[in-house]
Design a protein around this ligand. Structure first.
Ligand code: S3P
Length: 170
């Protein structure tokens, strides 16, 4: 299948530190698609960092912003990297499945801890053993609703991107 045979959005979901943003950027330049990161979109709209939104307005306010942002996303020709918790709330995962081809970038606690610096500005990040694993366990049922699941453990962004291209183009 040719590169331009895909017009649907490609939507990356998964935990923080699974590589959604890095891989998403690579994929968008390969496909010549617009790249969108929902965290950055929210930050631009609010004029505040995600960290500040969590601290000053609370997590549930941030989740409302995530729910609302979905309607602003393009309908085609975009690679969309979603915040780690976005699919989890408000039935957003079904909305994402209607908006494009969803791919779950699966990563275990060990590889997430390797990828994320401790001072990462991520309010839900914890380097305490077991915390990330628990979050993954709580979320994986929803993440698994993605159309495709790609294991990213110990894989470079290029390797993950190649796995995605194989899935998309055979
Ligand atoms: C979150 C992940 C973050 C960001 C916020 C909450 C989560 O996005 O949306 O800190 O609930 O997992 P990334 O997955 O891009 O780090």
């Amino acid at each position: 299948m040719k590169k331009n045979s895909i017009t649907s959005n490609i939507i990356l979901i998964g935990m923080m530190g699974s590589g959604k943003t890095t891989v998403g950027q690579l994929l968008s330049s390969y496909l010549n698609f617009t790249f969108i990161d929902t965290d950055r979109l929210i930050e631009n709209q609010q004029g505040m960092s995600v960290d500040d939104i969590f601290n000053q307005k609370g997590e549930s306010y941030f989740r409302k912003l995530e729910r609302n942002i979905i309607t602003d996303l393009p309908k085609t020709h975009a690679v969309i990297s979603t915040g780690g918790g976005l699919p989890i709330y408000n039935d957003n995962s079904s909305k994402l499945n209607r908006l494009g081809i969803t791919l779950y970038l699966e990563a275990n606690e060990q590889s997430i801890l390797k990828r994320i610096p401790i001072q990462s500005g991520r309010p839900l990040f914890s380097s305490k053993k077991g915390d990330i694993s628990n979050l993954i366990s709580n979320r994986k049922e929803v993440y698994n609703k993605a159309k495709y699941i790609i294991n990213t453990n110990d894989k470079s962004p290029d390797k993950v991107m190649n796995s995605i291209l194989k899935i998309l183009f055979g």
